[in-house]
Design a protein around this ligand. Structure first.
Ligand code: NAD
Length: 319
């Protein structure tokens, strides 16, 4: 990895990944792109940035050539809950964006990473200790695009020899950039509300378990997999990875260790609940551990402590 192009870099993952990669690989060697610009955003201000709509194949190729990149990290996508409200747009962005990115990687012989999701599983998937290789019959448009994307990345590897790699991310929790409309967003919002109002109304019902991970572990996982020795990789795309699995009462209990008066209420969002019910309770990430030493550092309480500390500083000005 010497020169890296990232799409969707202003989102929840990209905004942190870009800054970490610039620190590790050099500011000028990480080219950030997104369909939009946010004035004053550190990703745009601190290094190379280009406006790029990932459905524009020509411009994508032109930017990749212009900067002479050797690595492509494709993040731009529509997330699960939003995708259910705009399924046609989700198909167009998630699939055509990915095909363009893979074609660019094929033409320029690039190392390639794109994330899949626990959303690639469905109600018939074994819900507990979900294996790496198992039934994938998702019932959401997001899931349909993620399964198709996993297969496409495998296809580009076996058919064209593209060095594709990927993970199935669980819900990602972070304090820098708000999540973009996923089913696990509640596990981020709850920390903001705990600090602002000492209470939270959960759209996901008590007892609904989902896999989660703190952003520093997610960023480490991307870099580790991209740097992994290809000879060790039996799987390539869509490694199951997770750091913890919890249900709303457990994250509330974790917050109460730091804010004892915190109260949890429920007003279930039927769209998000239905998606959550179709996803696994907890997935097995043993293949990622074996093939590239995946090793998350944060469990629930350690993450809660860090989230509350960082968010207190972030929100301090207007609390
Ligand atoms: P996000 O919604 O926070 O950010 C997506 C970014 O893509 C935004 O900055 C948006 O402006 C940009 N974008 C939208 N349309 C675009 C287009 N046509 N061209 C270029 N850019 C466009 O998403 P995220 O949470 O950072 O997720 C990144 C990837 O990780 C996605 O593939 C997502 O499915 C996957 N993922 C995320 C999570 C999570 O919890 N965040 C979990 C599993 C998988």
């Amino acid at each position: 990895m010497k020169k890296i192009l990232i799409t969707g870099c202003l989102g929840q993952i990209g905004s942190e990944l870009t800054i970490r990669l610039r620190k590790d690989y050099g500011t000028e060697n990480v080219i950030a792109t997104d369909i939009r610009k946010i004035d004053g955003n550190p990703v745009i201000e601190a290094g190379p940035f280009e406006i790029l709509d990932v459905t524009d194949k020509e411009k994508m190729l032109q930017i990749a050539k212009e900067y002479n990149v050797d690595t492509f990290i494709h993040l731009a996508a529509l997330l699960s809950a939003v995708a259910e409200t705009k399924p046609q747009l989700a198909w167009d962005l998630n699939m055509n964006g990915l095909v363009n990115a893979l074609e660019t990687a094929r033409e320029l012989n690039l190392l390639f990473f794109t994330p899949s999701s626990i959303g690639a599983f469905g109600p018939e998937t074994p819900a507990k200790n979900t294996p790496q290789d198992t039934i994938q019959r998702p019932t959401t448009m997001y899931g349909v695009t993620k399964v198709a994307g996993e297969l496409l990345c495998d296809y580009y590897h076996t058919k064209f020899g593209v060095n594709t790699r990927g993970v199935r991310f669980p819900g990602l929790i972070s304090y820098k950039t708000l999540p973009g409309g996923g089913t696990t967003d509640y596990a981020v919002e709850i920390y903001y509300e705990a600090l602002k109002n000492k209470q939270y109304t959960s759209p996901i019902s008590a007892g609904t378990y989902m896999d989660m991970m703190y952003m520093p572990d997610a960023i480490d996982a991307i870099i580790k997999l991209l740097e992994a020795d290809p000879k060790r990789l039996v799987h390539r795309n869509a490694f199951n990875i997770t750091a913890m699995s919890f249900e709303p009462e457990q994250i509330a209990d974790s917050i109460r260790k730091f804010i004892p008066e915190f109260k949890m209420n429920y007003a279930i969002d039927p769209v998000r609940q239905k998606i959550a019910d179709s996803w696994p309770d907890n997935i097995d990430s043993s293949c990622a551990k074996k093939e590239w030493d995946f090793a998350p550092q944060y469990h629930l309480d350690k993450m809660t402590e860090d989230m509350l500390e960082k968010l207190t500083k972030k929100l301090g000005a207007f609390l």
